[in-house]
Design a protein. Structure first.
Length: 399
């Protein structure tokens, strides 16, 4: 028996913990000793009292506990968070040397870096944090202190304005965590391209860092191409396509502000804005219009937002992916290339490929997968947490 709050697992539900999966769902719990508060550290024990781990308690979430450590000798304190941050930073130093002037990357990738609910992205010299779990929220101040000490950052910003926090009983929050206010737009470098990032109001923490290598790959398919860039946001793929020699680029996004930032990024790189058409509107509707008008493209990029946040949303997400890929195949010229993505963690790679294959079949197109795509290496996936592999993509060539 332990004097700390303790959670005992049902005898049939310990296998995932023994394989070091960091989530415990409420249905796996036999009983709880003590009255832990939200975010408080609890001991995780087998029904017979064997130590299995220590984690953060979240009474409002289906994921009742997120595991911090499986090591009985490791306490959850300031030294724990300092060590986890140092390990994450060292991994990035090892992986991301000499990256063509890249100045933005993910420093901490939540469960896959042993810090559930903690995401830290760096734009230039400014770390931007997201705290999405009860445990991350409880230790927020200590994590920021250690981050400041380890990086020497003059500014640290928070973008915890996510709906997922409501599942943890937490309100959305965004704003300055430390130091001076950041500029309205932060300039970053990526494989020889430059971007302006809105860390205050932009998507995610400001930019889709996970697509870095995939943007470069799209540039390699763009020479002489007419490119359709769907869900274009601030023009990440468009800049690489133009740098790669695209003749024309059509950006589509629902946000006029995002398209204005895309235009600014094109000009920032000294590219010809006259080769770019920005269309503000619904991607599905505009693709149908292009189909009806007989428009055709050499390269189409589909990088939609997450269509499914939970398993019950998956059937609707499958229909959405099928519809948009079907339209894209109909708009491709013979020999054209499709870059298609899903960032929905619930979408398994094999299911996504089946959906894309069915879309090609219904469009009457023969196509082949010539490459699979993934999130960048600064977004690692811990072997004990396969759910961390949320971004999957395919490069398909129409035959």
């Amino acid at each position: 028996m332990t004097s700390k709050p303790a959670l005992y697992l049902k005898s049939a539900r310990t296998k995932s913990l023994e394989r070091r999966h960091p989530w415990i769902f409420s249905g796996a719990v036999a009983r709880i000793d003590g009255n832990p508060m939200s975010g408080e550290t609890v001991e995780i024990l087998s029904e017979k009292g064997k130590f299995l781990g220590r984690g953060a308690y979240s009474p409002t979430s289906q994921i009742l506990v997120r595991v911090w450590t499986f090591d009985e000798g490791e306490d959850i304190d300031a030294a724990f968070f300092r060590n986890r941050l140092q390990e994450a930073f060292q991994l990035r130093r090892d992986l991301l040397r000499d990256k063509d002037g890249t100045t933005a990357l993910r420093l901490v990738n939540a469960e896959s870096d042993g810090l559930p609910g903690v995401v830290i992205d760096r734009y230039g010299e400014i770390p931007v944090c997201q705290f999405t779990s009860a445990g991350a929220e409880k230790w927020r101040g200590e994590i920021v202190r250690q981050l400041r000490d380890l990086t020497g950052a003059a500014t640290i910003f928070e973008r915890s304005d996510l709906e997922v926090r409501s599942k943890e009983g937490l309100p959305p929050r965004s704003g300055l965590l430390y130091g001076a206010d950041p500029p309205e737009l932060v300039e970053i470098g990526e494989h020889g391209c430059r971007y302006l990032v809105d860390i205050r109001r932009g998507h995610k923490t400001g930019f889709y860092l996970d697509q870095r290598e995939n943007r470069r790959a799209a540039g390699e398919f763009s020479s002489g191409a007419e490119v359709l860039n769907c869900f274009s946001y601030s023009g990440g793929f468009a800049v690489h396509a133009l740098q790669g020699g695209a003749e024309k680029v059509v950006n589509i996004d629902a946000s006029a502000d995002a398209l204005e930032l895309a235009r600014a990024n094109i000009l920032l790189n000294g590219l010809d804005a006259g080769r770019v058409t920005n269309l503000c509107g619904d991607v599905f509707a505009l693709l149908r219009r292009f189909r009806d008008e007989g428009r055709r493209f050499n390269l189409i990029i589909l990088d939609p937002p997450k269509f499914a946040d939970s398993r019950h949303q998956l059937p609707g997400a499958c229909r959405g992916y099928k519809d948009i890929n079907l339209l894209a195949f109909k708009l491709l010229k013979p020999g054209g290339t499709l870059f298609t993505f899903s960032c929905s963690g619930m979408m398994e790679p094999d299911l996504f490929q089946k959906i894309v294959a069915d879309a090609a079949l219904d469009a009457g197109r023969r196509a082949a997968v010539i490459k699979r795509l993934f999130q960048g290496e600064d977004h690692p996936v811990a072997l004990n947490f396969p759910e961390g592999a949320y971004l999957k993509g395919l490069i398909c060539r129409v035959l």
